[in-house]
Every structure is written in C-alpha cells, then in structure tokens.
Design a protein around this ligand. Structure first.
Ligand code: ADP
Ligand code: MG
Length: 327
C-alpha cells in the first residue's frame, strides 16, 4: 500500500487536498496513518466532514506506534501506564481477538515486525534471530485493568486492528450527526453507512499484485464494512520468494499458505480488520470457522486464481469481474 501512497500523494498535491463538492456529496482525502484516507458523506456539511477527519487524527495520535507521544508508544517504553479509555477499549478488543484466534492474531507482534522491517528490508532475518524474537511475542502478557495497562514487557502493534476500530468510531460519529449515507475508506479499510440511494454500494477487492485500483472481485454491500489483508500490500522479494507484512506468530515468518488475500465482511470494522489478519494466518478452514463464529463472512483470493467464499455469500463469475452478494 505504501508504494501507492506516494503516487497518490502526488496526485493529491496536484489536485489539492481538501473537500470536494458534487451535488449533495462531500468528500475529503488526507494522508494519515501511513496511508490515504477518504471520507465521503451525502446530505451533510463541511463541519461534519472535517469533524470526522479530525477524529481520525486524534485516534492516530493515541494508537500509532511510531508517534512518540501516543498511548501505545508510552506503553512500549514504560510497561505500565494509564491510557485513554479509547486505547483501553481497543486493547481489550484486540486481546479478545488474540485469544479467540488462538494467537493467530497477536497484538504483541511488534518485536517480530521490527525484526522483519518489511518496508525497508531486502533479505529475511536469520532463523535463530526469528526464534529468539518470537519468545517475546505473547498477548497473554498484557493485563488491562480499567485504563491501567501492564504489558509486562511485551510490545504492542495495533496495525492489524486500529484502522478498523477508527472506522467504526467515525461511522458512529457520522450517524450521531445525522448522516445516513457515507463511505469511510481508511487505506482500503472500507466502512459503509447506509445504502447507495436504496441500492448496494460496490466495493472492489484489489487484484493481488495487479494495478492499484484493479478489482479482482466486486462486493455488493449496504451498511457493512469490508476489510482486506493481503500478501501483496507490503512485501519484498528474496530469491524468488515473497516476504510480506502479515506474520504467523507461531513460526515468526510471513504466512505462506496459498492465500493472497482475505476480505472480511462484517458489521464491525474493528472485527473485520483483525479477523482479516487472523484468517490470513489461519488458512481457509480455521479462518472461515473463526469468521463465522463472529457472524462475519469471508472471501479468500488464492494464488491459483480461485475465489473461495463463506456460506452466506453468493459468488457470480459470469460477468467480466466476479461479483459477491449476500445470499
Ligand atoms: P494493513 O497494513 O493493510 O492494515 P493488516 O490489517 O493485515 O494490513 O495489518 C497488518 C499489520 O498488522 C502489519 O503491518 C503488522 O503491523 C501487524 N501484524 C502482522 N502480523 C500480525 C499478526 N499475526 N497479528 C497481529 N498483527 C499483525
Ligand atoms: Mg487487518
């Protein structure tokens, strides 16, 4: 995703970052959270839209592991700290997903993420370094008591869930400000509010390793959220093999199971975000079981080009681009 951010930033700079008006539709695009975010609202106003953007910024200040003053940085430095109620809520949720996914999603993954340093590295770390580092990854070390958090030395990375959590909060904010139709797109993490004038919105699933914006599948959705985790988003290639940014906490290595991307459809974006990461690690069978246990649905894009969907979804492959709808 990062590769494309630069291109997008250039486009944004050419056309100007800010609000665009078309009929009763308002849209704003900004670079935030290491990605590009766009919020579109219908029948609303600039103040509401700007408020939604501001909310994203405030949450980024709390949850980012690269902002030195964030709650997460504080915890990663001091082990015990009092955090904001929002950070405590996000941590509790991510610990719950960590437990229910049996550690496939592990919110204490930071030491491994730093060892791999996918955005900058060109070679994998040694097996012995991976084995050493993996010992410090264990979500069970984290204790959250009210707003007091004790990490017991484990180090947090909420990159696999924070955007979803923020998308949910932005959707709530818009709803409570009278907005009934909106698209919140936080770097491909899409949350829909309402319907597209009574009809479905169309959300594309990025074609893995395709051109940016090229869809492999079109989802027809209303009032839902769709979040994709893929092996093509951030990666490097070494000796013909792809090393990407979703790590299996059990092996310490990027997942390598034939799945190119997982898209979760759900009412909750935080759930969809964390489950998409977990399902990439767990694989088709266990991943589908986990998603369905949360009332979520899932679309797997496989390296052989096949598309696998959970049982509530209908896949139509007759048109030029396959479509997925609810049954
Ligand atoms: P995106 O970068 O598009 O948001 P994901 O939602 O799949 O993609 O999140 C991937 C990020 O989550 C990684 O960059 C890393 O920070 C973190 N991560 C990687 N592996 C795991 C894992 N097994 N459990 C939890 N977080 C992970
Ligand atoms: Mg995710």
């Amino acid at each position: 995703m990062k590769r494309f951010s630069l291109i997008l930033v250039c486009i944004l700079l050419i056309f100007g970052i800010g609000c665009k008006h078309t009929e009763n539709k308002l849209s704003s695009t900004q670079v935030m959270m290491d990605t590009v975010i766009t919020i579109t609202v219908w029948d609303s106003d600039d103040d509401t839209l700007n408020g939604a953007m501001e909310l994203c910024r405030q949450y980024e200040q709390l949850f980012s592991r690269t902002i030195a003053t964030s709650d997460i940085s504080k915890l990663n430095q001091t082990k015990v700290a009092t955090v904001s109620p929002d950070t405590a809520a996000l941590l509790k949720l991510s610990l719950d997903i960590s437990a229910k996914s049996n550690g496939a999603f592990d919110t204490t993954i930071l030491p491994l993420v730093e060892l791999w340093d996918i955005n900058n590295a060109s070679t994998p770390p040694s097996r012995s370094d991976v084995d050493k580092t993996i010992k410090s990854v264990d979500y069970k070390s984290i204790a959250v008591n009210g707003t007091t958090v004790n990490t017991n030395g484990a180090r947090l990375d909420l990159g696999g869930i924070a955007k979803g959590f923020i998308a949910d909060r932005v959707r709530e904010y818009l709803r409570s400000n009278g907005v009934s139709r909106a698209i919140i797109n936080l770097g491909g993490n899409v949350a829909l509010l309402g319907s597209n004038d009574g009809k479905d919105f169309t959300v594309g699933i990025q074609k893995p390793f395709g051109l940016h914006g090229e869809s492999a599948v079109l989802l027809k959705l209303q009032n839902k959220t769709a979040v994709t985790s893929g092996i093509y988003e951030r990666y490097f290639e070494f000796e013909g093999k792809i090393y990407h940014h979703v790590l299996d906490p059990k092996t310490g290595f990027p997942t390598d199971n034939g799945i190119q991307s997982v898209t979760i459809l759900s009412d909750s974006s935080a759930l969809a975000d964390s489950l998409s990461t977990a399902c990439l690690v767990l694989g088709i069978e266990e991943g589908t079981q986990l998603a369905e246990s949360f009332n979520a649905d899932v679309v797997f894009l496989m390296s052989d080009g096949s598309i696998i969907t959970s049982k509530n979804l209908k896949l139509d492959q007759n048109g030029p681009t396959p479509t997925v709808t609810y049954k």
